[in-house]
Every structure is written in C-alpha cells, then in structure tokens.
Write a protein that binds this ligand. Structure first.
Ligand code: KIV
Ligand code: ZN
Length: 509
C-alpha cells in the first residue's frame, strides 16, 4: 500500500503574506470552501493574534469547514497560543501550530534569546497547546540554517512534550535538495519516537527550489508538505501545491506515495485564488499556467495529434483543464492547421484549405501566435467572403461620470437606414443595446475584448466580439481609433457572420 502524504495548505496564512494578496473574511471563506473541495488535509486559516480580522476569518473557517483540519498559527507564548485556540476551537478537527526560531542568526538578532531559553519556550509552548488539544504542530523556524545538533535537540524535546507534527521549515529558501534530504534523514535517524509523529516540511522558493526541496524530504520520510495554491507566499513564495501534488501523482513509482487531492480541482482552485488576490500565474507556470498544456512547435503538434503520450506526461483534464491547447504559429504544419479548422466546425474543400493555409502562413510572418479568432477571420473574410447585410454607418455616444451612457446608432440593413438610441452600463454596452434594438437577435455576447494595435493614446483599437446562439458561435472584429466605434463595428461584423453561418447551416446558400 502506498503511503499517504498529507497536504497542508497555507494559502490563507503564508500565501496571504505575499505582497498584495490580502483577502477579506468572505474571500478567505470562499477559498477555504474550495480547498475543502480540493481535498487538502489541513487548512492553515491564519495567524489569529495578528489582527481582529485574522481572528474572525480563522473562527469563521473553523466553524464552516468540516472535512479538513483547521490550523491557527501562533508564536511560542501563552497569549498567542490562547488566541489561536480561541479561534480554532469550534473546528471539527482543530490544530494549533506553534513556532519559534532555532537558528543562531534569529536567536541573536531577532529573539535575543539563548539556545537554552528557546528550547524551554518551545517545550512550554507545546505543553500549553496540548492542554487545549491533541493536534499540536511545532515548527522550528529557520531550521535549515540552524545548528543540526541543536535542531535535533529541540525536535527531540518537543516530541517528548507532546507535539504530534514536527515541521522543518526552509524559511528563507536557502537549502539545496540533496542537503534537505540529508537533514530529514538525520532527524529520522536521531530523534527518539520520531516514527510516532508526522514529520512535515515547509519550503520557500527564494532559489526556485521549494518544490524540489519538499519532494527530496518526502523521499526521506516527510509525511506532510506545507504548500500554497499558485506558490503564493512570503517573498518568492512557498512550494506550489499543484506542482507537489502532480509530481507525486505523475511519478508515483518514484515516490510510492499518494495524496488525497482531487486533482481535477487544481485548475479551478488556482483560478479562484488568482481572481480573488488579483495575482495571476505566469503563462508558463507548471500545471496551471495558461501555456502549461499548449504545444507550439510543429514537431510537438504532429506527435501530439498522433498520440498524446508523445509530449504530454499528464492530461490537462486530470488537473481540471478541459483540453490541451495547440497554439498555432509559424512552426505549425498543415496537419495541425486542418485539425484546428475541423475543431472549429468548418468544412473546407482542398482548394479552400490551401488558400486558408497560405493566408495563415502569411499571418504568421507578422503575428507570433495565431489564435482561433484569427483563423475564423481568415475563413470568414478570405474563404466565405461574408456579405455585409448589416452595416454600421453612424455612432455617437454621450458618457462620463455625471451622465447615463447613451448611444445613438445608424445601421443599414440591406441598404435601408435605421436609427435608434440605447442606454447602458457604459458606452460600449449602450452601443450594443442600440444596435440590438435595430438588429433583432437572440445571440449572447460570450466574449468581448479590445487590443491596442499601435502604441500611444492615438492607437488603433481592435475589438473582438464573440457571439453565441443555439450552439453556433462566431467572432466579429472591428478596427477604429475610437474604441467604442471599433466595438460597435465588431458587434455588427459578428452579427453578419452569425446570419451567414445560420443560413449556410440550414442550406439557404
Ligand atoms: O517560513 C516559515 O518558517 C513559516 C513558519 C511560521 C512555519 O512560515
Ligand atoms: Zn513560511
């Protein structure tokens, strides 16, 4: 039977210490519920003594979450420990997590205490926490820069005092994987009774090694890993939860371990945390980055289309991403291009395909990536040559902070001019409503975005509108120096395409 590794999520505590990642109580509760769905074993909900808000958030999470342990962090003193217990005591599975530094650097410059005093504080803290509950974790802060004999002595003492989990943090992201593995092995060999407690690790990413260090520790017997969603955390962050979990899952034979994580919830959890904190992942972030399953090289795309195993070690579906994303670019071949066209729902003759492929290659010379929108544009404009049933000939908007945004538009339908006005939540919304009052449509705007084609405040705006109606979707594009006009043009362009596609579908053309 494989060993279960406990996943201790500290997104709401260490993760929140990321500059700019502050969350309010409601947001923390949302994240906690998602973490429960994800299946983490422990949620570190906060540092209750840090502020009234922190205390309230930890208490609220403790009252709400039923399927995970809920931990509150506290320094090794009575006031902190009492406050942490007060916050977590209503949890179904409460945990008190107390810590004190063990490195001489921290003792000398920060705590201004002797090794003997720190050892006594650590033992006293664990005993006090144990007077409240059995589930007590002790962390030796800056463990990896501590004298190993002293660290061993402290861990031995806290195990004897009743700590059930002993955590070895690489607080400043300093250690190397081979050194960390040795450190964990040494503790496993030299602390009496260590087999009766859970050895945990908590790694920071200052040298980009948080995940590698955590995994090296797992290999040597660590059974709890502390980590965060998207690797959020103090400075360069903590070990990324999604990377740890997928490494253990994908390389099961290398670790002989499992986690209780519902991996299909990784991507939705990552997105929720990004949305709430406003901190998005870099596109090439492992597991959850926008490009994590995007294949651009022609050779890779060719292999992937033949057999996914060629270039994918895990499936995007296994982490909650609907499908892999082949990004077409100048390296893409005809095979990938034809497949994408079919996926988009178009059936082209060989002659049309040749023409479209030629246009696609020309576009690749000026654009690094060619997206679905661009391909649709090629097909609509070059192959189908969509007739302009609707034409936007006039747009004027009144907007500002002291008026209700209003748009007046003129649209020609088969050459006849119609005029109307509309109100909206902004000038674009008002324009769309005015257009819709003339061109009756059941379609919904599924996506809308604007890019600046050229730089500066006089830039040309390029607007895209994706419309959906009964399973049919089309993308319209509009260009103008006025972004509201560009948006209106994109909307009308999309309506023309929708009209065309609908008629073509029912065989009217
Ligand atoms: O990095 C660290 O040492 C910590 C401890 C409080 C566990 O976050
Ligand atoms: Zn930390």
């Amino acid at each position: 039977m494989s060993t279960r590794i406990l996943i201790f999520d500290t997104t709401l505590r260490d993760g929140e210490q990321s500059p700019g990642a502050t969350m309010n109580t409601q947001e923390k509760l949302l994240v906690a519920k998602q973490l429960e769905k994800l299946g983490v074993d422990v949620i570190e909900a906060g540092f209750p003594i840090a502020s009234e808000d922190d205390f309230n958030a930890v208490s609220m999470i403790a009252k709400t979450i039923r399927n995970c342990q809920v931990a509150g962090l506290c320094r090794a003193n009575n006031l902190d420990i009492d406050r942490a217990w007060e916050a977590v005591k209503s949890a179904k599975h409460p945990r008190i997590h107390t810590f004190i530094s063990t490195s001489d650097i921290h003792l000398k410059y920060q705590l201004k205490k002797t090794r003997k005093q720190v050892l006594e504080d650590a033992v006293a803290a664990v005993k006090r926490a144990r007077s409240y509950c059995d589930n007590v974790e002790f962390s030796a802060m800056d463990a990896t820069r501590s004298d190993i004999d002293y660290l061993t002595k402290v861990i031995q003492a806290v195990v004897k005092a009743g700590a059930k989990i002993v955590n070895i943090p690489d607080t400043v992201g300093y250690i190397m994987p081979f050194e960390f593995g040795q450190l964990i092995r040494s503790l496993m060999e030299n602390v009496d009774g260590i087999e009766d407690v859970i050895v945990s690790v908590h790694c920071h990413d200052d040298l980009g090694l948080a995940v590698a260090n955590s995994l090296a520790a797992v290999k040597e017997g660590a059974r709890q890993v502390e980590c965060t969603i998207n690797g959020l955390g103090e400075r360069a962050g903590n070990a990324s939860l999604e990377e740890i979990v997928m490494a253990i899952k994908t390389r099961k034979e290398a670790f002989g371990c499992t986690t209780g994580i519902a991996t299909e919830q990784l991507f939705p959890t990552s997105r929720l945390v990004s949305k709430i904190t406003g901190i998005t992942c870099q596109p090439n972030k492992a597991i959850v980055g926008a490009n994590a399953f995007a294949h651009e090289s022609g050779i890779h795309q060719d292999g992937l289309l033949k057999e996914k195993l060629t270039y994918e070690i895990m499936t995007p579906q296994s982490v909650g991403i609907p499908e892999s994303n082949i990004v077409l670019g100048k390296h893409s071949g005809r095979h990938a291009f034809r497949d994408r066209i079919t996926e988009l729902g178009y059936v082209l003759t060989d002659e049309e395909l040749n023409l479209a492929f030629k246009r696609f290659k020309a576009l690749c010379d000026v654009k690094k990536y060619v997206y679905d929108e661009d391909i649709e544009m090629i097909i609509m404009d070059e192959i189908y040559k969509i007739p302009e049933k609707y034409k936007l000939s006039y747009v004027t908007v009144v907007c500002g902070n002291m008026t209700i945004p209003t748009a007046t538009v003129r649209v020609e339908i088969d050459g006849t001019v119609h005029q109307n006005a509309g109100f909206g939540d902004g000038p674009v919304d008002a324009t769309f409503k005015a257009i819709r009052s003339i061109i009756k449509t059941e379609s919904k705007v599924a996506k809308f975005y604007i890019n600046a084609i050229t730089g500066g405040t006089d830039a040309q705006g390029e607007a895209f509108v994706k419309l959906e109606e009964k399973g049919v979707s089309v993308i319209g594009k509009g260009v103008d120096t006025d972004i509201v006009v560009a948006s209106g043009k994109a909307y009308v362009n999309a309506l023309n395409k929708l009209e065309f596609v609908k008629r073509r579908k029912i065989g009217a053309l």
